[in-house]
Design a protein around this ligand. Sequence first.
Ligand SMILES: Nc1ncnc2c1ncn2[C@@H]1O[C@H](COP(=O)(O)OP(=O)(O)OP(=O)(O)O)[C@@H](O)[C@H]1O
Length: 449
Amino acid sequence: MARGDDDDELSFSARLDRDRLDRRADGGDESRVADFDAARQRRERARERALRRSTGAFPAVPETPSEQSGGTDDSLYDAPAPNSRGRRRSERQGDETESPSGGYARFATRDANTSDEPPREGADAYPRMPVEETAAERESRLVDERPRRSRHAAPPEAGDEPPARRTRRERDELSDTAAGLVRSIRTEDDAMPEVAYVPVPTQPALSCSGLRKSFRGGLVLQDLDLEVAEHEVVVLIGASGSGKSTLLRCINLLEEIDDGTILLDGEHITDPRVDPDTVRRKIGMVFQSYNLFPHLTVLQNITLAPERVHRRRRAEVEAEARTWLERVGLGDKAREYPDRLSGGQQQRVAIVRALVNSPRLLLLDEVTSALDPELVGEVLSMIKDLKTEGMTMILATHEMAFARQVADRVCFLDGGRILEQGPPERVFGSPQHPRTRQFLRRIIEAGRL
Ligand SMILES: Nc1ncnc2c1ncn2[C@@H]1O[C@H](COP(=O)(O)OP(=O)(O)OP(=O)(O)O)[C@@H](O)[C@H]1O
């Protein structure tokens, strides 16, 4: 190419540099070379000042339109530039830009700018300044074949001074680092911490899934799922033989399930390696028949299992037992034998026995069924008090009026399945499933609701 044509294509500064190199090659006079050097240094200082004034950041410098990938900041969000794994960045970032936290791209832009402040609204968050490559720079780039830095090299620290001059390769890498931040967040093998929005899951107190239980070939629980939230009171209703008691006994590990899992506070309690006694310390259970030992006093009945099974100190358990007995109005019965108590009182003692270990969950299986009607009220009022105190409970009952009062959620069981569940007003007020309607119609006809 003729020198004239070349001149047209080169900027003024590039021409200066080229001439200087030509003169060096020709052994030209030293003072003129010094002038050129001084001019070049002034020019570079001016460029540095301009860079610092703009954002204090190192600019990404796309050299040609094809390298600009859209040429705006949006390219960091959705420019379809292929990434290192062959997928387009826009594909990999689709979910990022929809992130409720505002997306990763904004985070990456902040880091790329090495600023502690988020970019101002409407401001060019990642400005690109047109910088011409001088002939000297080009020469230096060709000579300087340093090994390429890691794609995931750390971004420049805030407060770093921009270097006096960067080769095109280095500028590419800076640009790449910003885009690389976006990419690396989504890269499994990268050490960058995940900055994903992860909603904190609320873990149920109890979670049963896919429970199956059969007796002598007869399926009693059929792929039953049930979750109970902390402080929730779930009432199981259903015809006799529908599986209510079996479900409660499986939860308390009194029956071994055939299939499924039960988690208590996220712990897999149906894992065969789990000690059932440890689980039962966390789950209190009260049965229809009170099951008090007739030869032991009320206090001894309450403290027996905590002392013998759970190895708790007698003094501590006795103090707790007495506190509970006072609260339920049986403080003066501690030294009595069960046969000196009414059915309602015995059942209240049985409930205290289940509470003395401060269980996580209380299971109540038809606790009023064996009581004379006039004694039912005192037990039900004790259960209401427990609900008020936030005890998490699952009750199986035929007392529909009580279920309606105390339940947060009613589950209707039929043939070992939960056919319908919901708030008591809805299940009792407008049952959806024909079997629920049929069951409740019979209850109403019997005058029990
Ligand atoms: N140990 C067992 N051996 C054999 N069958 C059993 C056993 N326990 C329960 N069953 C059967 O499982 C089915 C469900 O019984 P379950 O006691 O769970 O029902 P339920 O809904 O609690 O009834 P109810 O309201 O009368 O207490 C019944 O058919 C019952 O006969």
